[in-house]
Design a protein around this ligand. Structure first.
Ligand SMILES: C[S@@+](CC[C@H](N)C(=O)[O-])C[C@H]1O[C@@H](n2cnc3c(N)ncnc32)[C@H](O)[C@@H]1O
Ligand code: SF4
Length: 397
């Protein structure tokens, strides 16, 4: 790519600005820490002062909205951590603060991630009354032995009961499963997935188990005590996932996400389509067009340090930097090529300041790793998805 490293990227041109604007709220606490997880999540046995967090979230929302005043919020996402440990009153107060400081679209999508324990499921009605209209449940497996091996504290029965409650209370719900687990066979995954689809309405997130550095799973694997499927076996499971979901009317719209057409998670599409979003709470990231620049923001990760920062300076930002054209172009590729719809090449040219190199596209296409759609968009083929990072690195180089 010919764009200069320090050439600062301009904001989206008004004519191509998508009205989508997402607000991400991070709740950084869990009941226990799962051995595979490297999310910003912490266990606090002494409890959490939720009214204090409400005050801090409200302050950070006000400070962020002051810099992005003309936006209309189209999606809000409570992620974690375990947001279903938030009191319904806490969630409602945060939503009130969003509505006080920004315009909110009439059809706003408000998602909350939940762990499927019965205690938390009982809160669903309270979340709905407070304004949440979609839940995403961390089911992870429909097999008790696998749940226990993943360090989860719920059973498959409890998970399905929570899915049933979600179905009764919310028009829209999704759940997550993790596959390519130790010892998982293709036949077992196919059966588990079919069972999951019979319980799901419109959306399923199906993640391949990743062994993240510095997690207990990474230590176990290094000690030879955890054998996960190799790349070839994982590829077989990935292909089964796409095939079974497509046959059931839930085609993949992103590497790990499957939905009935029209039922995609609009909030996550904001990230993958490289639109603007605000990150609120400990360790939240944002991408905002401000002061003629496309900016990357990030807040302090440690919950108590974030609280202290917000209480002293009104926000928890530790990063607030303009991105260069090269950085913007790389991020656009990395996000957009996860999607089945692929990327708009003209938008790439606008963001990068130069078009994508034709020879690179032709070379990857010759190897059946990328293709151009009838609408002229560029997308990764099913054969390319398992090596997406390498494809992006090649295109971005
Ligand atoms: C922030 S977590 C979800 C919320 C909730 N705390 C839970 O665990 O149910 C988002 C999702 O990422 C997935 N996930 C987390 N760590 C993973 C890993 N190492 N490999 C694959 N999927 C992972 C899980 O499916 C999880 O539901
Ligand atoms: S997977 Fe979910 S519940 Fe487990 S530690 Fe991570 S965020 Fe918490």
């Amino acid at each position: 790519m010919a764009a200069a490293e320090h050439d600062i990227a301009p904001p989206h041109a008004p004519a191509e600005r998508d009205p989508a604007f997402g607000v991400y709220i991070h709740w950084p606490f869990c009941r226990s820490k799962c051995p595979y997880c490297d999310f910003n999540s912490h266990v606090r046995h002494g409890g959490v002062d939720q009214p204090r967090f409400v005050r801090a979230f409200t302050a950070e929302i006000a400070a962020t909205a002051a810099r992005t005043a003309d936006r209309t919020v189209s999606t809000i996402f409570f992620g974690g951590g375990t947001p279903s440990l938030m009191e319904p009153a806490t969630v409602a107060a945060v939503l009130d603060a969003v509505a006080k400081h920004w315009r909110v679209a009439d059809d706003v999508e408000v998602t909350l991630e939940a762990n499927p324990t019965s205690v938390e499921a009982e809160r669903f009605a309270g979340y709905r009354a407070g304004g949440v209209n979609r839940v995403s449940l961390g089911v992870q497996a429909l097999d008790d032995a696998a749940l226990s091996a993943l360090g989860r504290t719920h059973t498959a029965r409890e998970a399905l009961d929570a899915v049933g409650i979600a179905r009764r209370i919310f028009e829209r719900y999704s759940f997550d499963l993790i596959y390519a687990r130790p010892g998982q066979t293709p036949a077992a995954w196919r059966a588990e997935l079919k069972k999951a689809i019979s319980e799901s309405a419109e959306h399923l997130s199906l993640y391949q188990l990743t062994i993240e550095p510095e997690t207990p799973f990474a230590s176990l694997r290094a000690a030879g005590k955890l054998a996960v499927p190799d790349a070839d076996d994982a590829r077989v499971l990935f292909d089964i996932t796409r095939e079974v979901c497509a046959a059931a009317g839930l085609p993949a719209y992103e590497i790990s996400n499957h939905a009935r057409p029209g039922a995609e998670c609009r909030h996550n599409l904001v990230y993958w389509r490289y639109r603007e979003y605000a990150g609120i709470g400990p360790g939240a990231h944002g991408r905002l067009d401000i002061d003629g620049t496309h900016r990357a923001t990030a807040t302090e990760k440690r919950p108590e340090a974030w609280l202290a920062r917000v209480e002293s300076q009104g926000h928890g930002l530790v990063t607030d930097e303009p991105l260069s054209r090269v950085e913007v172009a790389d991020e656009f590729l990395l996000m957009g090529l996860r999607l089945t719809e692929g990327i708009d090449l003209e938008r790439f040219s606008t963001l990068a300041g130069v078009p994508l190199a034709f020879e690179k596209i032709a070379d990857l296409a010759r190897h059946d790793l990328i293709e151009t759609t009838a609408a002229g968009r560029l997308r990764v083929t099913p054969a390319g998805f398992p090596i997406l990072d390498a494809i992006v690195a090649d295109l971005a180089a």
